[in-house]
Write a protein that binds this ligand. Structure first.
Ligand code: HEC
Ligand code: HEC
Ligand code: HEC
Ligand code: HEC
Length: 129
């Protein structure tokens, strides 16, 4: 019940803020799941991800950590690709779904493993149908 309310809250806020209706892209504070349009079919349950809440808890302040831009082969700390989907850069021809999932796993799970915090098992992330 509590979880359900929590999920409804962003919707209510959206309904109240008329201006938000007109904005072309969803601002990040309302993101509650990863839903990259690069995946044409879903084999796994969806991945809940409360963007701002996650990043606050995880202590990740810099956008470029996830929304990176590479300059000369390295992540540029002065640039960021926020507002772009990962698939805008990580969808290569051929087995594209696989390479896109792979970079998500490398980034999400990679940090969780490194920090020894956050989910690393499939069903801990893929749990929402
Ligand atoms: C831990 C990784 C991470 C960090 C740090 C992060 N983001 Fe995100 N952000 C994501 C993911 C994942 C998505 C959803 C991508 C999708 O579903 O296509 C997203 C989506 C967004 C979107 C929506 C883009 C769209 O396609 O609708 C915006 C805007 C955004 N983030 C801005 C920011 C800003 C600003 C910061 C820094 C204050 C930030 N993000 C930090 C992971 C992160
Ligand atoms: C503006 C383009 C761009 C966007 C958007 C982007 N990336 Fe990247 N990413 C790159 C480039 C360029 C590289 C380095 C070259 C390479 O290895 O493909 C890279 C490398 C990576 C790597 C390392 C790959 C490896 O094999 O070591 C991961 C993981 C990754 N990106 C995940 C993500 C995730 C997750 C998102 C979305 C939150 C994202 N990227 C958004 C351009 C982008
Ligand atoms: C730069 C590091 C980093 C990245 C990248 C990252 N996480 Fe996390 N994540 C954490 C940490 C640290 C925690 C533990 C926070 C705490 O203490 O509860 C966490 C916790 C979580 C949790 C547990 C619930 C919560 O919100 O606290 C989920 C679910 C989660 N991460 C999903 C993701 C997903 C999905 C991605 C990729 C889109 C991702 N994370 C990328 C560091 C990261
Ligand atoms: C730390 C979180 C995390 C863990 C752990 C994780 N995934 Fe994912 N996975 C993601 C995210 C985020 C995406 C992108 C989801 C989207 O945009 O819909 C994804 C995408 C996928 C996709 C492509 C989309 C689909 O549903 O077909 C598959 C397949 C997948 N994961 C399988 C797995 C398997 C199997 C495991 C365990 C070995 C696993 N994942 C563990 C976060 C995770």
């Amino acid at each position: 019940m509590k979880a359900k309310l929590k999920r409804l809250l962003p919707v209510l806020i959206l309904l109240m803020g008329a201006g938000i209706w007109l904005s072309p892209a969803l601002s990040q504070e309302y993101i509650e799941r990863v839903a990259d349009s690069g995946f044409t079919k879903q084999k796994r349950a969806g991945v809940p991800f409360f963007h701002d809440e996650h990043n606050e808890k995880a202590g990740v302040e810099d956008c470029y950590i996830c929304h990176h831009v590479y300059t000369d082969g390295v992540i540029d700390p002065y640039d960021s690709s926020e507002g772009m989907e990962c698939s805008e850069c990580h969808l290569s021809e051929g087995d594209s779904d696989l390479s896109l999932a792979r970079v998500y796993h490398l980034q999400c799970k990679g940090c969780h493993q490194e920090k020894k915090a956050g989910p690393v098992a499939c069903a801990e992330c893929h749990k929402e149908l």
